[in-house]
Structures are given as C-alpha cells and as structure tokens.
Design a protein around this ligand. Structure first.
Ligand code: HEM
Length: 289
C-alpha cells in the first residue's frame, strides 16, 4: 500500500516537474520556432533579443515574488520554486546577451566597446555581472560550502541586479511617451523591496501593511513616471500625473501596480490558518524538493 502511494507521489512529482519545466522553456521554444519559420519580423535579431530580454526580466522579478507569495499563502512547498525561476531568468539573460552578440556577428571587441559607450547596455552588463555569482552558487554544494548566512547575504545581490535590469529595460525602451511596461516593472519591484524591508522575519506582515505597501508602490510608480516625463520628454509631467485620476484614460501604470498590491492583500485575507496550512492539503502541493 505504502509502495503504491510513494509510486503515485513520484509520478505526480515527475509530471509537475515536467509541466513546470515546459512552462519555463516555452518562451525560448517560441522564439526558436519563430526564428526557424522566419517569422520574427523585419529585424529578427532585435526581436529575438527583445523577447529574450523581456522574459529574463519577467523571471527575475517572478523569482523575487516567490518568498512574499510563499509567506502570504503559508505555502512552504513554493520555496524551491525561487531557485528554479531565478536560474531560468539567468538562462534567459544569457540567451539575450548571446543573441545580441550574434546580431553583431560575434564580434567580442565591438561588444565590449558597446558596453562602455552605450549607457543602456552598461546597466544590462552590471545586471548580468551580479547575476553570475548568484547562478554559480545556486546549487546545494555551494550552499553547504558557503553556509546559510553567507549564502543568504550573497543572494541579496539579486535586488541590485533586478534594479539594474529594470533601468536597462527603461533606457532601452524604444518609445518615449508610453512607458507603461518599464513603469509597471519598477512599481512591482518597489513593492517587492518594500515587502522585504517591512515583513517580519519568516512571516507575512499584517493586512494594514499590505494595504500601505500597495498604496506606496503605486505612489512610487506614479512618481517614477512623472520623473521620466519631466527628464526625458517635452510632455508636461503634471498632466501625466493628473491622468492617473482620470478613469477615461484607461488604467495607468500606477493603477496596475495598485491592482497587484490589492491582489496580494486579497491573498493574505484568503490564506489558510497556520494550523490548517501545517496539516492541510496545501502543504503537500508542489512537492518539488
Ligand atoms: C551584457 C548584458 C546585456 C546586453 C549587451 C544587452 C543588450 C540589449 C539590447 C541591445 C537591447 C535592445 C534590443 C533592441 O531593442 O533591439 C536590450 C533590451 C532589453 N534587455 Fe538587455 N542586455 C543585457 C543584459 C540584460 C539583462 C541581464 C536583462 C534582464 C535580466 C536584460 C533585459 C532586457 C530587456 C527587458 C530589454 C527590453 C526589451 C524590450 O524592448 O521589450 N538585458 N538589451
């Protein structure tokens, strides 16, 4: 009976690992498929670089969201996902840089010269330089060799790495007057940093803190958007700020970030009690060690 149960669990686990692996590899597969079908548009290198860079950032930010999500839902089984998603983000960043290198015919000298002369690329290079030691120490042996405290301290570098990646994203952004995507990325990052600073050790904060964090992250988003328009365009930044209060103009970046913060608050409201989280079925979900 026990053997049958552990076989069933092993199968469920293998299926979950395969599904998650497929999900994480899917963006790369679609880039590759579009490349072989010549459907990446008029500038295939730039499109492949753009798409791989976007996914690198998505996975990097998603890896930072795992701990808040785990603590908010009291879902300990999510913990191993942080490493998996973080390493996936790094793999996409490497792919992104490789595609960029490919686009210039593999000319390493030109590549290095560009990193120094083009400010947007310099921020990308700083991001990947910080990610390399993190990826290199994301294995059990490295964790044991470094010890838990040093490892955790080293891995705090993921925050400046993500900040550099977001600056790189913003300054590489081709449009000047619609900066929704970089502004939302920066606002979500502000929420994640705020959470880490405020959350009590090992647990989730109270409901009022989630509400405050949602408002503060939305405020930071609106402020960054204001600064962008003030510094980089001739558009009146006060009009952009006022647009946040006009529902007819559709959801602005600050509204998207507020919605994400409210969603986190809802999850906190709906989470199981500490006792049922320890005993209940949620604790057995995603059994990926
Ligand atoms: C040496 C390091 C890097 C180089 C040389 C580099 C190069 C580039 C280039 C040339 C572009 C503009 C693509 C185009 O519009 O044609 C770009 C955009 C981008 N890169 Fe990087 N990158 C680097 C690191 C990174 C890293 C580490 C990340 C994220 C973790 C990243 C994320 C992005 C994103 C999100 C974009 C904008 C994509 C879009 O326009 O939608 N890059 N990068």
């Amino acid at each position: 009976m026990r053997a049958a149960e552990s076989l069933r669990r092993a199968r469920v686990r293998a299926c979950l690992v395969a599904l998650i692996g497929l999900g994480l590899a899917l963006p790369a597969l679609t880039i590759w498929l579009d490349a072989v079908r010549h459907s990446l548009g008029p500038d295939p290198w730039a499109e492949a670089s753009r798409r791989s860079g976007s996914w690198a950032l998505v996975f990097l930010v998603a890896s930072l969201a795992v701990t808040p999500l785990r603590q908010t839902l009291r879902l300990a089984a999510l913990a191993p996902m942080r490493r998996v998603i973080g390493l996936t983000g790094f793999a996409y960043a490497v792919l992104h840089v490789a595609i960029h290198l490919g686009s210039i015919g593999g000319d390493v000298r030109r590549f290095l010269a560009e990193l120094i002369s083009q400010r947007n690329l310099l921020f990308g290079a700083l991001a990947i330089a910080l990610l390399i030691p993190l990826a290199a120490t994301s294995f059990d042996r490295a964790i044991r060799a470094l010890g838990g405290v040093a490892w955790r301290r080293l891995h705090l570098l993921v925050f400046p790495a993500a900040a550099f990646a977001i600056v790189h994203f913003a300054v590489s952004w081709p449009q000047k007057v619609d900066v929704t995507e970089p502004a939302v990325a920066a606002g979500l990052f502000a929420w994640l940093v705020g959470y880490r600073l405020i959350a009590p050790r090992g647990g989730a904060p109270g409901l009022a803190t989630y509400a405050g964090l949602a408002l503060a992250a939305a405020g930071v988003t609106a402020g960054l958007e204001f600064a962008w328009f003030a510094l980089r365009t001739r558009v009146d930044p006060w009009l952009v700020l006022a647009a946040n209060l006009d529902p007819e103009l559709g959801p602005r970046p600050a509204a998207w970030v507020l919605a994400a913060g409210v969603a986190a608050l809802m999850l906190r409201l709906a989470r199981p009690s500490a006792r049922s989280a320890r005993r209940g079925p949620l604790a057995r979900q995603l059994p990926i060690a």
